[in-house]
Design a protein around this ligand. Sequence first.
Ligand code: PMP
Length: 423
Amino acid sequence: TVAQRPCSAVETAPVTPLRVSGADLTVLGVPGQINLDYAATAPCLKAAADAVTELLPWYGSVHRGAGALSQRCTLEYERARQTVGDFVGARDTDHVIFTRNTTDALNLLAHALPAGTRVLTFAGEHHANLLPWPGAVRLPVPDSPDEAVRYLAAALAELRRDDTEREILVAVTGASNVTGELWPIAQLALIAHRFRARIALDAAQLAPHVPVDLGALDVDYVALSGHKLYAPFGAGVLVGRGDWLDAARPYLAGGGATSGVGDATHDVRWTDGPARHEAGTPNLLGAVALAAVCATLEAADRYALHEEEQRLLARLRTGLAELPDVAELRTFGPDAARIGVVSFAVRDRDSADIAQRLGRDHHIGVRDGLFCAHPLARRLLTEASVRAHWPTTPATALRASIGLGTTDSDITTFLTALAAVLR
Ligand code: PMP
């Protein structure tokens, strides 16, 4: 076998986290267009665009070249890893693996599960956290965070009664992309660990709104997407315990994942650490942009941002509650703590038609559909229709979601436009 040539800059230079001088929270947008679809994809922070622009002239291969451009790109990539890891409170033994998005990160974890691992998840999850797990036990959609805790404790007790040895992974979201509800992650983690299970957090919706700290939550893995966190498309991350990941076959087999390849097909030494699962030329710009966002958010007063978001969310929810003068509208989910996401349906109205008219006539982007969480969205639509005695259940719902850059004027314009469309 032939050893890979080491990259001297990475060996000699200390990798320090990226620091930004201040928290410039400007997001990019198009004048006249109102984006209320942050839960699908948030606008890009200017800090991310600046980081990409600065690095573009330095375009060079990561991890493979001896030239100055390549050396800098390698350093930037590893520094981005450090910054993103710090952003989610990665512990020393955690791996920070760049992926395309949350879906990719959770599929990577599913791929790395030891044989025979049982996975427990909730039926209310996004498909990205429902579908990757082979033979998962799907707990019913809980009515409240407390119920989620009870369901999990009962299911884990039963699994452990049957088998005291096997590995168990609990895979849960931190905040629902349908109702915006926040889940009691720290309590779920406590219960998971009490039964010697691990817990993976789908933070796709949580991370843009609430600081995530792996250590404080005592969570084993976290997955998130850059494009929901004010970074561009194409970069996400899986952060978490290294042992299963280092023992698994590489998620992507190819260059960068090996430390040596011989002539025989079986003669390959796979590397440990993040590189094991990141074969191929990595998305350097995506990683650097994601890191720039993480550093910017770290430098910001996230409590103040949360308060402002809650104020706008309250305006949005109150406004929707007052609309039934023009049409009968039901919002989903309890009045529990939630991120800036509100889903709703309107009696006898087609959600897709409403969304299209908001887009076409009012330049407002909202989401319609079942939000890649079909079991949960269908259940909410049915429950709302039955409770309100609607003659038919709408096939799909609408969702408005907000975040950095959303203004009072956006909310007012949306509510006025929605009333006009419904009239
Ligand atoms: N989990 C949740 C809760 C989500 O809202 C989403 C995106 N809607 C995902 C996972 C998947 O994210 P991505 O499409 O970026 O992989």
